[in-house]
Design a protein around this ligand. Structure first.
Ligand code: C2E
Ligand code: CA
Ligand code: CA
Ligand code: CA
Length: 267
């Protein structure tokens, strides 16, 4: 509620009301998107020092009949709040599994991985492990080519349960990356508690790497930390050759960003 000058407190602020309406509209349209086959996966390459593609991150898009291709920033939060993210996230994993199966027909592609973003709601699902097992089995996708990206902020709930789930999925061959590393809370204790194989340096640190000594120091420290823990590192948001060079000099071996390729349909 907001104070409007001498008026009494208004509980139906027109701006907030419009937002709630919009929220409801997006939610209804999004439910339809799932059943009407309007979701798409775009794939962004992850490369090594020689720019060889190691794999892809799968990124969700909504092919809206009027708005065109809509990015996740406009709908992930709504999907998360409404719970729609759970079936949507399952769809993403199922599609990634299908793609991995298709990769197996070509020797070059067979080595490549697909990384999928997991949402907090998905991670909290009691049947997450069973669902992923089922999708791997029914598709025949190689589990050791599937990677799951989790963020620090989604781990705040029940760390022991989370660890159990991650351990069980790790036993299947799935690997975990800690996404947006350095932007969340108490990340260092997660490094100790969870079976992670990789850190992804958030693009906010890469953006000003060349001009801001603080960002450079943070990136350097993350790389040293990862090295001593035996974790690999992907630098995200690499747009300039100068950034790639500095990252490589600091010991980073995997890169993702517009310099190498934007997210695109796999074709
Ligand atoms: P994220 O996981 O951190 O994904 C990386 C984002 O950075 C992507 O934005 C990608 O397009 C963008 N990006 C990559 N390279 C560059 C670069 O060089 N410069 C700049 N400026 N940006 C770059 P996108 O595709 O809009 O996705 C935004 C976020 O939406 C993702 O951030 C992720 O948190 C979420 N998201 C995307 N797909 C899914 C999904 O299937 N499930 C869930 N739960 N979340 C998803
Ligand atoms: Ca990610
Ligand atoms: Ca990220
Ligand atoms: Ca991000």
């Amino acid at each position: 509620a907001k104070q409007h000058g001498r008026q009494v407190t208004r509980y139906f602020d027109p701006v907030i009301e419009a937002q709630i309406n919009q929220h409801g509209q997006i939610e209804r349209a999004l439910a339809l998107a799932l059943s009407a086959d309007q979701l798409r996966l775009y794939y962004q390459p992850i490369v090594d020092m020689e720019r060889k593609v190691l794999g892809y991150e799968a990124l969700l898009r909504w092919s809206h009949p009027e708005l065109g291709m809509v990015g996740p920033d406009l709908f992930i939060a709504v999907a998360e709040q409404s719970g729609l993210i759970v079936p949507m996230g399952e769809w993403v994993i199922a599609m990634a599994c299908q793609q991995l199966v298709a990769f197996q027909k070509c020797p070059v592609l067979a080595e490549q991985t697909i990384a999928v973003n997991l949402s907090a709601r998905q991670l909290a699902q009691a049947d997450l492990v069973d669902n992923i097992k089922r999708m791997l089995q029914s598709s025949g996708a190689p589990a050791n080519r599937l990677k799951l990206e989790i963020t620090e902020s989604m781990l705040l709930t029940d760390i022991d349960k989370t660890r159990e789930k991650l351990q069980e999925l790790t036993r299947l061959g799935i690997r975990f990356s800690l996404d947006d590393f350095g932007t969340g809370y108490s990340s260092l204790s997660y490094l100790k508690k969870l079976p992670l194989s990789q850190l992804k340096i958030d693009q906010s640190f890469v953006r000003e790497l060349l001009t801001d000594p603080v960002d450079a120091a943070i990136v350097k420290t993350i790389l040293q930390l990862a090295k001593s823990l035996g974790l690999s590192v992907i630098a995200e948001g690499v747009e300039l050759e100068g950034q790639r060079k500095v990252l490589a000099d600091m010991g980073c071996r995997e890169f993702q960003g517009y310099l190498f390729g934007k997210p695109n349909p796999l074709e």
